[in-house]
Design a binder for this molecule. Sequence first.
Ligand SMILES: Cc1cc2nc3c(=O)[nH]c(=O)nc-3n(C[C@H](O)[C@H](O)[C@H](O)COP(=O)(O)OP(=O)(O)OC[C@H]3O[C@@H](n4cnc5c(N)ncnc54)[C@H](O)[C@@H]3O)c2cc1C
Length: 392
Amino acid sequence: MTEAQAPINAPARHTFDISIVGAGIIGLALARELSARWPKASILLLEQNDGVGQETSSRNSEVIHAGLYYPPGSLKARLCVRGNALLYSYCARHDIPHRRIGKLIVAQQGEELSLDQLQASALACGVDSLTRLSAQDLTRLEPQVRASAALWSPDTGIVDSHALMQNLQYEAEKNGVLCATRSRFMRAECRGPGIFDIDIDADSDHNNDVKDIFCIRSRMLINCAGLSAGRVAASISGIDQQLIPEMHLVKGNYFSLSGRSPFRHLIYPVPDARQRGLGIHTTLDLAGQCRFGPDIEPVSSISYRVHETRRSAFADAIKTYYPALDETRLQPAYAGIRPRLSPAFADFMIQDEYVHGCPGLIQLFGIESPGLTASLALAELVTLKLQDQAPL
Ligand SMILES: Cc1cc2nc3c(=O)[nH]c(=O)nc-3n(C[C@H](O)[C@H](O)[C@H](O)COP(=O)(O)OP(=O)(O)OC[C@H]3O[C@@H](n4cnc5c(N)ncnc54)[C@H](O)[C@@H]3O)c2cc1C
């Protein structure tokens, strides 16, 4: 049977209380939270790839953000601050490799005012841990960095995102969640309040013309398909298509620095207001390897290749705060793609019944940075929304 011919009317073979589309960090955090909150609920977590977390959730900086950059009161600000605390505590309880190594935001001559603005905005978001450093203080902490002033953020850290996702999957499965990989959500029809018939392609090879489609029924449906969230939303019949936001794909490339890292902390320039990015910054992984990025590259399709040609733009940006950079040590590393909702600031978008009028359906759009940091807080919030809409 071809994809186009597959009927949605096939009798549903299984019934679930909750179906989640997408096993990135958000789907995994949700599966864990929902299964802990409702131990008797039957929960299905659908993932199209061979394994969980193979898209944006494994193509990021692995930074636990402190919540400095987002407008006060926005979901990004609130969920980042709450998520930061939840994530440190979760990592400590479950022995997930992480380090609270701290971050320096460094200003060049003439940019000092941006540090004041950032500190004031962070304070309005509830982040009161930032301290101002002089050029001398900075040199003591990071002798290789050149800047005229800096902000020190002690609550920024790094985490092993793969270990985190594995642990969330382990906990969810222990609580009874059925995590189905190689299982692609194809389409759903809302047959009434809290009744979704969902077609799933359980074919291991999605390029194959012959599809193995089966149908399940679910009381609740959560779309956290990341870069494909818009496509998934468009495949749910009965939803106003005008509500599906346009997505702008913005690639972020990384270069790694071969050899020993010259830094002990994360180093960020002042944010680039024009490009709505954090600027090409320095992060470290848990093994101490130094990498730079992500940059900002609007794209029209998904390709994770990092082109050599970007090296000189990286070198120029890095040299503003690390003049001793030896460009030959820069190696193209990896890339991730942001599911951005607007070229200007756009908040995380959570659409529930009050937006689309369909009880039991939650859709998440634009879960770009700080989605990793916010994941446990986002899971908490969605669980509360479901409890409110369709208690189990
Ligand atoms: C370059 C970059 C750097 C970042 N750095 C940081 C950082 O340092 N700190 C931070 O907090 N955040 C960071 N982020 C943000 C963070 O990585 C994301 O917010 C987070 O990973 C989003 O997770 P997700 O689960 O929504 O999406 P994804 O990880 O993309 O998961 C979605 C899943 O849905 C699956 N799926 C899609 N369609 C279907 C379908 N039809 N059927 C079944 N499954 C489907 C996909 O295969 C995928 O596994 C960064 C993002 C980028 C791009």
